[in-house]
Design a protein around this ligand. Sequence first.
Ligand SMILES: Nc1nc2c(c(=O)[nH]1)N[C@H]1C(S)=C(S)[C@@H](COP(=O)(O)O)O[C@H]1N2
Ligand SMILES: [Mo]
Length: 547
Amino acid sequence: MNASTPVRSSETAVPRLPLWAAAAVGLIAVAAALAAGHLVAALIDPFASPFLAVGNTAIDLTPHPVKDLAIRTFGEHDKIVLLAGMACVIAAAAVLSGLLSRRGPLPGTVLAATLGVLGVAAVLTRPTLGPIAVLAPLTSLVVGVLVFRWLHRLARHVPVGKPGEDESKPVGTTVDGAGPTRTRALDWSVPGLGRRRFLITSTAVAAAAGATAVTGQLVGGRVDVEASRRSIRLTPDVTAPPIPSGADFTGDGTPKFITSNADFYRVDTALSVPRLRAQDWRLRVHGLVDRELVLTYDDLLNRPLVEKTISLCCVSNEVGGPYISTTNFIGVSLSDILAEAGVRPGADQLATRSVDGWTCGTPVEDIMRPGSDALLAIGMNGEPLPAEHGFPVRMVVPGLYGFVSATKWLVDAELTTFADFDAYWVKRDWARRAPIKTMSRIDRPKPFEQVPAGRFVVAGVAWAQHRGVDKVEVRVDGGPWLTTTLSTEVNVDTWRMWRAELDLPAGSHTVEVRATDRTGYTQTSDRAEPIPDGAAGWHTIVFTARP
Ligand SMILES: Nc1nc2c(c(=O)[nH]1)N[C@H]1C(S)=C(S)[C@@H](COP(=O)(O)O)O[C@H]1N2
Ligand SMILES: [Mo]
């Protein structure tokens, strides 16, 4: 036979599914599988959802430079970007599995099963999921394989040509010619029947998958965190002093002194915000202690509640970066609780764990020092903690970066040693001990901003938690350092704003800033990357003064 001989695939014994039908079979089967797993997970533990478990595992396995890049590039949207990226990869794999299965269902079956096994592996390796959680990805595996094979069988009755073309010769009659099949009872010779039946069935399966996923989402959200939050009224026994009006220079471009809860920066590894109700919350304090404690939320409410204005800051913050915010935390003294448990000599690290398995190691000395304001925090700005900031209870230790001090959704606290335990980020090469570095930032002008030449105000913030900011200086185009005006100090654990008036000729200018803390230390020009213990260096802005 030569190349121009028209040979139809149905005549060569192995007919093929039309491309679109093959792709649809793969895509719908995988969607049904994920949806079924999501619903089963909702009934057991929302974190067992194969989609979320795979995503969480991906986060933990991501090398930290990539994670840093993700945080830097997408900021707080990094998780949505990850979920969307995963959805695209899975959809592509699903379509591919369909396309590879045009001649027979085996390749797609293998791929569907492989995806299922990946889900099982992800759930089994999540630190906080019990063995029963594996039911969710197993459901996905079974549903995926069954739906794939079922739709595939129907799709074989879809003729390859365009609609209306050759519909009286459906593929199925040729394929199944050798023996009886289950679909045999239908009269496939009715024109268009195979196509219609496939379209109707696959559309129905897709719709059912959508409904299942939505139901799973609703059932999984049944833990009504908002209702739990709303029922709580916090009345501190000791309120924070009111913020003086001179505490910020918002008119000159600095942030407001107190960050609203909605604007407070957020950094964590949780793909979906853990849902814990206050009434279900327990904290176990154990390890190197004289007596173990188990605390409930009511236990905390029955203790003296203190309110304290604190600036929290992330070690991943670049020089000039946005990951610092200030709030009035409300909570109970953590040092009192540890004293009650009785810290044994030698215990130098408090290892804390969140409900989703993240861990943190805090030096005991930072919590127990006299006058310590380390808190088990339950409120921010008069409200119970927002869910994404750790409801019902988180830790806060002024002066330390968040990754070594600020465990959200806190459920376990173990007194141990630095020799015996490495926390989540320490295992990923970040420092064991990480006090916040003295730092300053320029908020006005913005990089490459055009400002009128002549008199002009530069302004920004500085922080040196636990030491206090003593002085902030700026210099323009490498000239002499000029002292700036500082805002009214609120306390040494918060940021402090600065402003300076400059008089500049037209042209391009560079402005640099440096802070001096109360120990007398002045920031140097030595640059450091955020890893392992925080960025260092002078924030520098290039801008233009217009004539
Ligand atoms: N459970 C949990 N707590 C966590 C984290 C986390 O990933 N999981 N990240 C920490 C880090 S790195 C920082 S900087 C602070 C940020 O707290 P925020 O999101 O309320 O600003 O939370 C800390 N607590
Ligand atoms: Mo952080």
